[in-house]
Design a protein around this ligand. Structure first.
Ligand code: UDP
Length: 386
């Protein structure tokens, strides 16, 4: 080992931890990655179901989409990405529509045959223009699509998903979804979209497969271990790092109810259930994420969202006003902590897509390498967190 090479501990073997580990390892540093689970890839983990041999997205549907060339090249370096376009169906009021809201959705919902310009004018007439700059999810929806579409597609799905009224949620959550006045029903606007042929877990295993990386699964972090390393990267929950001393940051967790079927159960990978009286948010039929494979049987997951308890897996950071104040206290603590950098969805308490996670991890790794080289103290965060 060269003299200026560091020993780095990375807690968490999801995309953040793995990508940072790889960059540091390639620069000659010695990296230990630990994860409390028995698999890598965090919530992107995929496995082959024993009964059907279908690749299952264990923690819910993950479709890779990005505009970022570097990120796309990076993921393709570690596994074959198959072309895949996510087309979601949504059931509301006992009828099936396509999502995101597009010309077909609008025409079907209102029983019309509008062209793009007329549809735009029609929706604009329904939109609540008294709302200036929309701040909340509800204002954003009423401002852009008006009340009937908001109530049919967004209001109750969002209450089920987030456990709170859309008026309490930030507009940024709705901004994830496009609204289109043509017949394009691609769920994403990004240039690149795909699903890994051999699953996300295989990609993360390949990222971690380097002589300078030592991976230990089913290994809990304990404070004393930190002393054995020059630096630590924490991709676990930010509040967990501080033993939840100010209280718990709020997350939603998901429960999946698997069921089997023959042939084609629902005809699509994802069907959303937007009605209030249906307790689940969506059903995922996993084999449709791999249309290049053939399976006579099928495995589906019914997805339910609820508040994340102490023993549950955290999925979505909620980020209501109270959470932001609490978050600020933890951020202050983190800034004052020596020898640790916080990364990723849990470490920075943000709703991150996979491509953003990889982009930030690559940037964080570069920043860490620079600090190591200059013998400067690495920062606690390399992203704007609030
Ligand atoms: N959403 C909704 N109805 C739908 C789909 C999405 O109201 O049929 C809202 C909901 O609040 C959700 C957000 O839009 O949390 C973002 O949706 P996305 O599909 O990006 O959620 P993810 O797949 O990340 O859970």
């Amino acid at each position: 080992m060269l003299e200026n090479h560091k020993k780095v501990l990375i807690v968490g073997a999801g995309f953040s931890g793995a990508v940072i580990a790889r960059s540091l390892a390639e620069a000659g540093h010695k990296v230990s990655v630990i994860d409390s689970r028995d698999h890598v890839a965090g919530n992107c983990h995929t496995y082959r179901d024993e009964k059907t041999d279908i690749m299952v997205h264990k923690y819910g549907p993950h479709i890779f989409h990005t505009d970022n060339e570097t990120v796309w090249e990076y993921i393709n370096r570690f596994g074959e990405m198959m072309p895949y376009v996510n087309r979601v169906k949504a059931i509301t009021g006992n009828r099936v529509y396509s999502l995101p809201i597009n010309l077909h959705t609008i025409n079907q919902f209102f029983s019309k045959t509008l062209n793009p310009n007329d549809a735009k004018a029609f929706i604009e007439a329904q939109a609540d223009k008294s709302i200036g700059e929309p701040k909340t999810f509800e204002e954003q929806a009423l401002h852009f699509v008006g009340k009937p579409l908001y109530e049919a597609f967004f209001k109750y799905y969002t209450i089920k998903q987030w456990g709170t009224e859309p008026s309490n949620l930030p507009a940024s959550i709705l901004n994830r979804l496009p609204v289109r006045f043509n017949y394009d029903d691609n769920y994403f606007n990004h240039k690149y979209q795909g699903i890994p042929k051999n699953g996300y877990t295989s990609i993360v295993e390949n990222i971690l497969n380097h002589q300078n990386i030592d991976l230990k699964l089913e290994t809990e972090y304990f404070e004393e271990i930190k002393g054995e390393f020059d630096h630590m990267v924490w991709s676990g929950a930010l509040d967990a790092y501080f033993d939840h001393q100010f209280g718990r940051l709020a997350y939603r967790t998901l429960d999946f109810e698997p069921f089997y079927g023959e042939g084609d159960v629902q005809g699509n990978a994802v069907v959303n259930y937007c009605d209030e009286q249906v307790p689940y948010t969506r059903i995922t039929e996993h084999k449709h994420f791999a249309p290049w494979e053939e399976h006579s049987e099928s495995i589906c997951y019914k997805e339910y969202s609820r508040a994340c308890g102490k023993e549950d897996t955290p999925y979505y950071p909620i980020r209501l006003m109270n959470d932001k104040q609490l978050l600020q206290r933890y951020l202050n603590m983190a800034e004052q902590s020596d020898g640790v950098t916080f990364v990723g969805r849990l470490g920075t308490y943000r709703y991150l897509d996979m491509d953003v996670t990889i982009k930030e991890a690559l940037e964080t790794a570069q920043a860490l390498l620079y600090s190591f080289k200059k013998d400067e103290k690495p920062a606690a965060f390399y992203q704007a967190v609030i």
